[in-house]
Design a protein around this ligand. Structure first.
Ligand code: 6PG
Length: 242
């Protein structure tokens, strides 16, 4: 694992740096495999990045967009991660509809929808049974509780190792989420983290020892590249060598 930690002066600088990394990984993927597969994070931090990507002149037909997690709500719900990314980016560019691979959330059965998306990934990546997809880039955030994607502390989803997509649980609310092994199979993972409220979680995530079930982002240990982009308020207390 190649771990890169950068502390940027503020959110805007972090977004600019994140855009550079996204475009770099996109160019490499398209030149090597003629396509770029990216899984998006939800929440608020990445929204300006999605807006910045939308303003770039890109080969949209070669770009495939997925989500690392989704709230179990209809696509037009204000809480939907899909809706946020469509309004910030995807509705503004000529990306083919078939290149947008949203997590299904309308079967009124989270386990069935998780299984359906798992099958969709298996088909898209042409995977033998039991294999895990390797996304070119997975974007992640963390909560103040050190969750990432929809892998919340002390939930069953943290233990799932035999599939790519499972049901997450936030305070009893179902989520659809990539599993730890799927995330760790990515060629590149980039965390985007802003705000002083994330300091305590980051301290535990970066600590030499702490409980992974309590601080789930510790479970993200990819074989590929791992980028942490932090703004100064989030990263200022991180003392040890990265
Ligand atoms: C979600 C996200 C979640 C998010 C963190 C950080 O569905 O909410 O995928 O994992 O990345 O909660 O959210 P902020 O960027 O809003 O702090």
């Amino acid at each position: 694992m190649q771990k890169k930690v950068e502390v940027l002066p503020d959110w805007g600088a972090l977004i600019q740096r994140a855009l550079e990394v996204v475009l770099d990984k996109m160019q490499a993927a398209i030149s090597e495999r003629d396509r770029f597969t990216i899984a998006l994070a939800g929440g608020g931090t990445p929204k300006p990045l999605y807006e910045a990507i939308a303003a770039q002149p890109l080969p949209w037909e070669k770009i495939h967009v997925f989500w690392g997690d989704e709230r179990y709500v209809p696509p037009d719900d204000a809480d939907s991660n899909q809706r946020m990314a469509r309004l910030a980016w995807l509705d503004k560019v000529p990306i083919p509809a078939g290149n947008i691979h949203a997590m299904p959330t309308v079967a009124a059965d989270p386990a069935a929808d998780a299984q359906k998306h798992d099958a969709e990934l298996q088909e898209f990546f042409e995977l033998p049974a039991g294999e895990f997809a390797s996304f070119d880039l997975i974007l992640l955030g963390i909560g103040d509780d050190a969750h990432t994607a929809s892998l919340f502390p002390h939930t069953d989803a943290l233990q799932v190792r035999d599939r790519m997509v499972t049901v997450g649980n936030k305070d009893g609310q179902p989520r659809i989420t990539f599993t730890v092994p799927l995330i760790n199979h990515a060629r590149c993972i980039m965390f985007l983290i802003t705000g002083a409220s994330k300091q305590p979680a980051l301290a535990q995530i970066f600590a030499p020892t702490a409980d992974d079930m309590t601080y789930p982002a510790r479970l993200i240990q990819p074989a590929g590249e791992l980028w942490w982009l932090l703004d100064e308020p989030a990263g200022r207390e991180l003392k040890q060598e990265y």
